[in-house]
Design a protein around this ligand. Structure first.
Ligand SMILES: Nc1ncnc2c1ncn2[C@@H]1O[C@H](COP(=O)(O)OP(=O)(O)OP(=O)(O)O)[C@@H](O)[C@H]1O
Ligand SMILES: [Mg+2]
Length: 411
């Protein structure tokens, strides 16, 4: 698929912008701070409903404006769709698909798919687990948009459960028999939340385990290609479940397509772990078990990448994670990773993602630049940003845009 049109209204530094994009390479060139990243950030936002730079929507709205609008036209096979997203300060975002009725923003997920690589991705390797959890979850949502609802339900259960744990801790601390009745009621409610958490948590856990299994060989291969084959890059899922942490994790069923048995097994393991952790959870007032405590462990030649890998190695690893995602989503037919059984195959046709490389080439030496250029060439559409035109490798021939504050012109 590719984006054929982008128009912005009060998005970031743009009062308005309107541009036609082409399949193949589209490079945005302009000096620092001119608004290149703002453009690709808008396209990434339409695909993921999130920015790769900020956790909240407020900075996306042009300062002084009340709402931002991002309109895109997406061509997939011989069909085209339009998405109009409205980002409003302090309100739920709304969307319109093909100029229809207003719908929830979440309903646009799955129409545009992007894989974006940016300097911020270094945090995937060097940063905290939450960035890596977001990486896995975002990829799952790109593959199966329905996962977005599961994730937000889980978040909600987690928030309510954690609030309950805190209040239970407070009433325990204040003690006294007058409180015992309400304490018992709190514990009963906690049981209900445990069941919900285990149910949704098992679904997320099962998907992440399958995702990591599918991604593992693709990451190793991509690392080898981007880094000159120095060192084995491995990824592994680390669960907060004691049963999965031991050297002998239980044999989980891995049926193709239907994974309900595995989800059931994981739910039971989560419930068990929740029962075990309860005294500690009540003591601390925090939810200690579940996918929100898990991590994606990255190792390079057997050593943890975080804390050991050099800057260049960390950079290559982050890039390998994105390239592997791109291939898993079918972005490179010659190098497509094994299509995971859990992924709805219908989504796969023509759904190859748009590849976005934000400010990536400046970080690489000439050889790595050329190698990366060769790797991304098979993409149906690549959007590149660079401050210096010479940083864009010559093989990435295509359309060039010149970016000046508030305006974009095609060269
Ligand atoms: N909400 C906003 N309202 C107005 N201006 C904004 C807003 N958010 C960001 N900007 C402005 O946008 C500019 C940055 O744009 P952007 O990050 O796209 O630059 P860039 O061209 O990618 O630069 P670099 O080459 O340094 O990466 C800054 O001048 C910033 O002040
Ligand atoms: Mg930038």
């Amino acid at each position: 698929m590719y984006v054929s049109h982008l128009s912005l209204l009060d998005f970031r530094s743009y009062a308005s912008a309107d541009l036609e994009l082409e399949p193949g390479v589209n490079a945005f060139v302009g000096r620092n701070g001119r608004g290149k990243t703002n453009l690709v950030e808008a396209i990434g936002y339409v695909a993921t409903l999130g920015s790769h730079r900020v956790a909240t929507d407020a900075p996306l709205i042009r300062s002084g404006a009340e709402r931002a609008v991002v309109r895109t036209r997406i061509v997939r096979g011989d069909r085209a769709s339009t998405i109009e997203l409205e980002i409003t300060q302090g309100k739920a975002n709304r969307a319109r698909i093909n100029r229809g009725q207003q719908v929830r923003a979440r309903d646009v997920l799955g129409i545009l798919r992007t894989v974006l690589f940016a300097p911020e991705d270094l945090a995937l390797v060097k940063g905290d687990p939450d960035g890596r959890r977001r990486f896995m979850d975002q990829l799952l949502v790109l593959m199966m948009p329905r996962v977005s609802a599961v994730l937000s339900d889980y978040e909600r259960v987690l928030r309510q459960r954690s609030a309950l744990l805190k209040s239970a801790r407070a009433s325990r601390r204040s003690g006294g028999s007058a409180r015992s009745e309400s304490a018992a009621a709190e514990l009963a409610t906690l049981d209900v939340w445990d069941a919900r958490l285990a149910e949704l948590g098992a679904e997320i856990l099962s998907l992440r385990l399958q995702l990591v299994a599918a991604l593992r060989p693709a990451v190793a291969a991509a690392y080898e290609q981007v880094s000159d084959a120095d060192g084995d890059a491995e990824i592994a899922y680390r669960a907060s479940l004691p049963a999965l942490e031991t050297g002998h994790p239980p044999e989980l069923s891995t049926g193709s397509g239907d994974n309900s048995t595995q989800v059931g097994q994981l739910r039971d393991l989560l419930l068990e772990a929740l029962t075990e952790a309860r005294p500690q959870e009540l003591e601390r007032g925090v939810s200690l078990v579940g996918p929100h405590r898990d991590d994606l462990v990255l190792t390079l030649g057997g050593l943890p990448a975080k804390g050991y890998a050099s800057h260049g190695e960390s950079w290559s690893f982050a890039l390998a994670l994105r390239l592997a995602s791109f291939r898993l989503l079918g972005g490179d037919p010659q190098n497509s990773a094994d299509s995971p059984a859990f992924w709805d195959p219908d989504l796969g046709t023509d759904a190859d993602p748009v590849l976005i490389l934000d400010d990536v080439f400046a970080e690489l030496d000439v050889r790595r630049r050329e190698r990366l250029a060769d790797l991304v060439l098979p993409a149906r559409q690549v959007l590149v940003t660079a401050a210096v035109p010479e940083d864009v490798p010559v093989v990435l021939d295509g359309v060039r845009f010149h970016v000046e504050p508030g305006t974009v012109t095609r060269d």
